[in-house]
Design a protein around this ligand. Structure first.
Ligand code: ADP
Ligand code: MG
Length: 355
């Protein structure tokens, strides 16, 4: 199978609810077997995009092609997609097995086919033997897996998941997320899942599509989005820390320019065309911390230290500017933990400049 084969193609999709433009001219391709995350803040249009793909809403403009078939106006049943809703939408009066059988019955499958599919789907999500349970007798994590089994039972062309982890408590999230990714990859089923949580998107997805106000901001794998954010929205949604207003002072070389951040602090960073106000994003793990002064180092005060196991977060004041630095925890505690002052080096490649 060709790995790069486009499975679903969305072109110029828009959806309005009255005066609200929930989806705005969205174009996006999903490759066969790919797990794609739609990531963005609450209300940015993620669920609406899933509903458009599933046929639960119709777009105002645009086109959708699934496996070379135009599905823009086709009915939800004929699209053959598996949908897991944010609240799972299980039928409380039916047993686990009857829930999983639901789509198969609607498609008029025979009892033997249904029984076999229910069993194999429950086995996939590790709920074998629970077919006769009632929904309320299951934990939240088990209910989520029933919803996934129900979606998979019809052997869907595509799996659509709306915030699959958001109803689970923190302890369950990581494990459930890993199991979900493993299952998706084992079945090689093209999957689109919605999340507002950057960590879930990074952990589960092959590629991430960042959405804001109904518009696609950037699509790429986690590293591309982290290291090469296309705009300030992406940088602030992903990296959060060390976003600083600055002004370009002068070019230093072909590639670098000097930027004035404050009265006391200026830094070299990649040159941009813009000559006015810019925003600098400084990656917290790319700032070097030194015990002693070196060429190009700046003095810093250590305001606060937060130890989080594998990493240590330092909150520094460099001249008159506050910066967060993240370091890997060393094997033996460093003296630097007990210092009030240190030196930092901020290499130009730690900085992304937004016009
Ligand atoms: P998300 O899933 O990213 O939180 P939604 O797709 O649910 O966002 O919503 C996008 C925007 O569309 C929001 O402003 C929301 O209020 C609006 N919206 C969603 N569904 C409807 C609806 N059925 N009627 C009117 N407005 C809606
Ligand atoms: Mg939503």
């Amino acid at each position: 199978m060709n790995n790069q084969e486009t499975h679903l193609s969305l072109s110029n999709l828009s959806k309005n609810y009255g005066s609200v433009r929930a989806v705005n001219n969205l174009s996006l391709n999903i490759t066969r077997g790919e797990c794609l995350a739609l990531l963005g803040p609450s209300g940015c249009g993620k669920s609406t995009i899933l509903k458009l793909i599933a046929g639960l809403e119709l777009p105002n403009t645009g086109q959708m092609v699934l496996a070379n078939r135009d599905i823009t106006k086709s009915s939800p049943e004929t699209r053959n997609l598996g949908f897991v809703f944010q609240n799972y939408a299980l039928f409380p009066h039916l047993s686990v097995g009857e829930n999983v059988a639901f789509g198969l019955k609607a498609r008029g499958k025979s009892k033997s086919v249904i029984d076999e599919k229910v069993n194999s789907s429950l086995e996939l999500v590790q709920l074998k033997g629970l077919a006769n349970r009632r929904i309320h007798e299951l934990s939240g994590g088990q209910q989520q897996r029933v919803a996934i089994a129900r979606a998979l039972a019809i052997e869907p062309e595509l799996l659509l998941l709306d915030e699959p982890l958001s109803n689970l408590d923190v302890a369950l999230r990581t494990q459930t997320g890993q199991q979900l990714r493993e299952l998706i990859k084992r079945l090689n089923i093209s999957t689109i899942f919605v999340t507002h949580d950057q960590a879930d998107a990074f952990a589960l997805a092959d590629r991430i599509a960042l959405i804001n106000e109904g518009q696609l901001q950037q699509v790429g794998n986690a590293m591309e989005i982290y290291f090469q954010p296309k705009n300030l929205f992406v940088a602030s949604f992903i990296g959060h820390s060390n976003l600083l207003q600055a002004r370009l002072v002068k070019a230093i070389s072909e590639e670098l320019a000097e930027y004035k951040i404050s009265q006391e602090l200026s830094l070299s960073a990649p040159k941009v065309e813009n000559t006015g106000e810019v925003t600098l994003r400084i990656r917290p793990e790319a700032i070097e911390m030194l015990k002693d002064q070196q060429t190009n180092s700046l003095p810093a005060k250590i305001l606060n230290v937060r130890f989080s196991g594998t990493t240590i977060h330092y909150y520094l004041r460099v001249q008159d500017i506050d910066l967060e630095v993240v370091r890997l925890t060393p094997q033996t505690p460093l003296d630097i933990n007990f210092l009030n002052e240190c030196w930092v080096k901020i290499p130009p490649n730690a900085i992304t400049v937004f016009s």
